[in-house]
Ligand binder design. Structure first.
Ligand code: FAD
Length: 456
């Protein structure tokens, strides 16, 4: 018998329950990845992620080949391709990981229908893309947790499934044909500092980081210049690493650093369980506050300055330039840059979220949209009036200004804390800097914010 394994956001061989189940159920297995034009139509295949995806697929294919198999890539609407392939190789089962986005939920529903009509069973596996399956823990009277802390408490008590052993051999039917693997070649607009993708790289990165940095994570993870976070987010986004395995390994390591890291991984699960229950929240406000955000037309110059990192607020500009250069940004930098757009410039959070999605290598409908909502105050969080001050935050998170000087070379020569407030420099020094003045005064931004909110 033959089974198909549809790989989606789980591009790995380690700890892969769908593959394990397919190998147990069938003599031969087709590891399949489908390039769905729907992803392109939604503008979701931004160059940085396409490049990282190509790395992940190449690595997955190489690992399968070492085990006697290979990855089969097809292009076309995913449901049509899976159905056609299942018919070609007379598969009796299709295995895949459960997803939470609206796209993933529709895909699963349609696959179940179409395959069912042809006598092929769809087996969907939980706890592949998240550590704890979305919907596995719920509060009394609701299908999801809206607030993180009680979710974290329950999540921490949940027994994680055991990790699956990695298969030694994978036999793929000879006759099955696929397309060439996608490649990085020909992709333009890539961030120059983009990391390489793939399970092998991700595993190496985690092992090294856990050895060298995990113990200090709690103390150092907010230090913008120290760059002490794991940078595993793109590997998690593409499923090149298993969240179950990461939580297990971090817990085995133990200590406050590991605890703090596990807590961050729980944020990822938290957002997944919100979106699983409310797929529309990715584009709409989770709670409606009737904000009168400024639109692209009303604020086009401010938005352009923000995107290009020339708002005149050094830490915001450093963050936006890091995003463009690396396709990645530190979590604190994301909070500041997003907060500045939504709260100080009072621009619709969706405009900022779209820009992040265009560049982030870990750009994720789940984590991006819901974190943006958290910042904008339209998410599940109940503190919509939180405003981060980029000057005091800059001084706190980048006390020596090293992060700002790294990304904003115009300010490299500015000594001391003035690097966070160059407008306070003496006039002659200020005039020598090729750096803009602040786009808006913080007090004016706050006044606009309060005024707009006051009209709710
Ligand atoms: P670490 O600090 O090493 O944390 C470990 C892992 O925990 C991360 O890799 C990530 O998977 C998870 N994690 C940490 N913080 C969060 C969080 N707040 N929400 C969800 N998961 C978290 N993360 C994405 O993966 N994709 C996105 O598109 C994304 N967009 C964001 C947009 C905004 C406005 C904000 C404020 C945050 C966003 N995040 C997003 C969350 C977070 O900033 C990144 O996951 C983190 O910076 C990745 O760096 P790291 O791997 O070094 O994190």
């Amino acid at each position: 018998t033959v089974a198909v394994v549809l790989f989606t956001s789980d591009l790995r061989l380690h700890d892969h329950p769908p593959l394990r189940a397919a190998l147990a159920a069938a003599d031969e297995v087709v590891p399949l990845f489908v390039r769905d034009p729907g992803v392109h139509a939604a503008g979701f295949d931004a160059p940085n992620r396409s490049a990282f995806l190509a790395d992940c697929l190449a690595d997955l294919d190489a690992s399968l080949r070492r085990r006697g198999g290979r990855l089969v890539v097809r292009a076309g609407p995913v449901v049509r391709e899976v159905r056609a392939l299942a018919a070609e190789c007379r598969a009796v089962e299709v295995h895949m990981a459960a997803g939470v986005t609206g796209y993933a939920q529709r895909r699963e529903e349609r696959l179940r229908e179409e395959l069912g009509d042809h006598g092929v069973a769809l087996r969907v596996h939980d706890g592949v893309i998240t550590a704890v399956a979305a919907g596995a823990v719920t509060p009394a009277g609701s299908d999801h947790y809206a607030v993180f802390t009680p979710y974290f408490r329950r999540w921490s008590q949940e027994r994680l499934r055991d990790t699956c052993p990695t298969p030694r051999t994978v036999r793929v039917p000879e006759a099955v044909r696929g397309e060439p693997l996608p490649s990085r070649d020909g992709l333009s607009g890539l961030s120059p500092g983009l990391p390489s993708g793939g399970e092998t790289r991700g595993r190496e990165r985690f092992s090294r980081w856990a050895r060298e940095e995990l113990s200090g994570y709690e103390d150092h993870h907010d230090d913008l210049a120290g760059d002490a976070t794991s940078r595993l987010s793109p590997y998690l986004h593409f499923g090149a690493l298993s969240p179950v395995e990461l939580v297990r390994r971090a817990r085995a390591h133990g200590g406050p650093g590991a605890d703090a890291f596990v807590r961050q991984l729980c944020w990822r699960d938290f957002h997944h369980q919100v979106l699983a229950a409310r797929p529309a929240a990715s584009a709409l406000d989770y709670r409606t506050r009737h904000d009168r955000w400024r639109t692209e037309e009303e604020a086009s110059e401010d938005i352009a300055a923000w995107r290009e990192g020339r708002t005149g607020y050094p830490v915001v500009d450093a963050a936006m330039r890091q995003l463009r250069h690396e396709g990645w940004m530190h979590n604190r930098a994301r909070l500041l840059a997003a907060g500045f757009l939504a709260k100080t410039l009072y621009v619709d959070w969706r405009i900022g979220a779209r820009h992040f999605l265009d560049l982030l290598v870990d750009g994720d409908i789940v984590n991006n949209q819901l974190n943006w909502q958290w910042v904008a105050g339209t998410g599940t969080d109940t503190r919509p009036h939180r405003v981060l001050n980029p000057v005091t935050q800059g001084r706190r998170l980048d006390p020596r200004g090293a992060y700002v000087r790294r990304w904003v070379p115009e300010l490299r020569e500015v000594a001391g804390k003035r690097v966070h407030e160059p407008w306070l420099l003496p006039e002659d020094e200020r005039a020598r800097l090729d750096y803009p003045g602040p786009l808006i005064g913080l007090a004016d931004g706050l006044a606009r914010f309060k005024h707009a909110r006051g009209r709710d």
